[in-house]
Ligand binder design. Structure first.
Ligand SMILES: Cc1ncc(COP(=O)(O)O)c(C=O)c1O
Length: 474
């Protein structure tokens, strides 16, 4: 009995058999974004480097051609297929741009792969604070002024790394930031994990490469019809050492890259280049119409960018705020799943986040509307959740350098006993979904109180385990 159990596969099958409405990644939406031919034959396309199929690590034939086509389609000079997600692209980029001991200006709302890359490469971060929207409790991106100040105060920094769009679809002014960074002779790296689709419709915010970035990574699997782990790295201009980049990509990526993942990148590029504009136009019509209707529901707020912030927004990202109903985003997510068979991408204390792509079926937008309408009606008499954000993001004191945290011994303690101790891990509360504490930083009274407040309000905090313990430097 035990031998024949397949707990992972069985649960996956159960989920798929329940025919859920997927407002989550991967962007192919349970295969809907693939042709029948590719979907049916996927297992037989699981090939290897036999003659004629080229080699990702030394591309000379069809992989080289497919990457060149990707570069042309995305407006880059060089593009690389990634089979280990944006994560591997970020690691390779940090190692290419920085050497041990270098400083890098980094937006604090960075993904953990950025922190991990800096730890491994021995890079010293100079964090810049993103701006906040207190109504949604989210960070909305980095301002040009913040970048300029960081460059002036840290002339030794080799470059600037920022996340754009963020998880909530907020896009800072890439053109302004690129001009500032290049005026200072520095390199602009953009983590565009959430923005692989931006290039293909002018009604979406400008993509990183068109906006002036030197190098960017995109998780194609998040917003394009591509398989999980399928990602792209694009380079524009001559500020990046391509040979070094190739070395690190080859070092960090598996020596057995999946041909199905690479093929899904090839197909996604061809689809977007041939029909992306119209498909995104249709998607935008559906999403904008949904948002307009949702906005008219009492106590429901939609992140739209208009009047809410100075930043542009990727309208394909649907952020619904349920705070006024007196329920958390976590509960709204649960109700959508249990009562409406809708699985969203992510929730936080105040919001739910849905990922919409060109593979979404039109009727699913109506189903999402009905789910939210019903939730709003169920909780119409709810008392709004308290505002816990009216704070500026705190950046704690770095006591041990990122690199040195690798050499330290650690111990696990209850969070309540961690005041004034140094954290070994990153601590990220949701919201705002940005690290409040990074490895080697002190858990000061201010940060301790901030995290406690989020825990008391029912927020999730990554880095604090189920038992309420965290790892500190011993
Ligand atoms: C902002 C950001 N950057 C990078 C990544 C890593 O992307 P991947 O999962 O493709 O490795 C993620 C993943 O969620 C992300 O949200």
């Amino acid at each position: 009995m035990r031998r024949s159990k397949t707990p992972l596969y069985s649960e996956m099958k159960k989920y798929v058999d329940s025919k859920p409405i997927p407002f989550h990644m991967p962007g192919h939406k349970l295969g809907a974004g693939f042709t029948d031919e590719f979907r049916k034959n996927m297992a037989t396309y699981d090939l290897t480097e036999i003659p004629g199929l080229d080699n990702l690590h030394y591309p000379e034939e069809i992989i080289l051609e497919a990457q060149k086509l990707a570069a042309e389609a995305f407006g880059a000079d060089n593009s690389f297929f990634l089979v280990n997600g944006s994560t591997v692209g970020i690691l390779a980029t940090i190692f290419t741009v920085c050497k041990a001991g270098d400083s890098l200006i980094v937006a604090r709302d960075c993904h953990k792969s950025v922190t991990n890359g800096m730890i491994m490469a021995g890079v010293n971060p100079i964090y810049i604070k993103p701006s906040f929207n207190n109504e949604f409790g989210i960070s909305i991106g980095i301002s040009g002024t913040a970048v300029l100040d960081a460059l002036i105060n840290n002339p030794e920094a080799v470059g600037v790394l920022l996340t754009r769009p963020n998880y909530y679809g907020c896009c800072c002014d890439i053109k302004e930031i690129a001009e500032i960074v290049h005026k200072h002779g520095r390199i602009l790296i953009v983590d565009e994990a959430h923005g692989a689709h931006l290039h293909f419709n002018n009604n979406l915010p400008l993509d990183a490469i068109m906006g002036g970035a030197d190098i960017c990574v995109q998780s194609a699997h998040k917003t394009l019809p591509a398989l999980t782990q399928a990602a792209l790295l694009h380079v524009k201009g001559d500020r990046i050492n391509i040979d070094k980049l190739k070395f690190y990509l080859s070092t960090f990526q598996t020596s057995s890259p999946s041909y199905i993942i690479m093929a899904s990148l090839d197909i996604a590029r061809a689809t977007m280049e041939s029909h992306g504009k119209e498909m995104l136009e249709r998607l935008l019509e559906n999403v904008i119409s949904l948002k307009r209707r949702l906005k008219s529901i009492k106590k429901i707020k939609i992140l739209s960018g208009e009047g809410q912030m100075d930043f542009e927004i990727d309208q394909t990202r649907i952020v619904i705020n349920v705070k006024e109903l007196g329920i958390t985003g976590f509960l709204a997510e649960k109700i959508l799943r249990e009562s409406f068979n809708i699985q969203i991408e992510m929730s936080d204390l105040y919001n739910i986040v849905c990922i919409a792509t060109i593979a979404d079926e039109e009727e699913n937008f109506e189903k999402l509307y009905r789910g939210i309408e019903e939730i709003a009606s169920r909780f119409k008499n709810g008392k709004p959740l308290a505002d816990i954000y009216n704070v500026e993001l705190l950046i704690p004191r770095q006591v041990v350098s990122l690199r040195d945290t690798l050499l330290c011994s650690s111990k696990s303690v209850k969070f309540e006993d961690a005041l004034n101790k140094v954290s070994l891990n990153t601590i990220t509360p949701y919201p705002p979904g940005i690290p409040i504490i990074c490895p080697g930083e002190e858990i000061s009274e201010e940060t301790y109180n901030f995290i406690s407040k989020i825990l008391r309000a029912g927020g999730k905090v990554n880095g604090i385990g189920n038992t309420g313990e965290i790892n500190i430097i011993a």
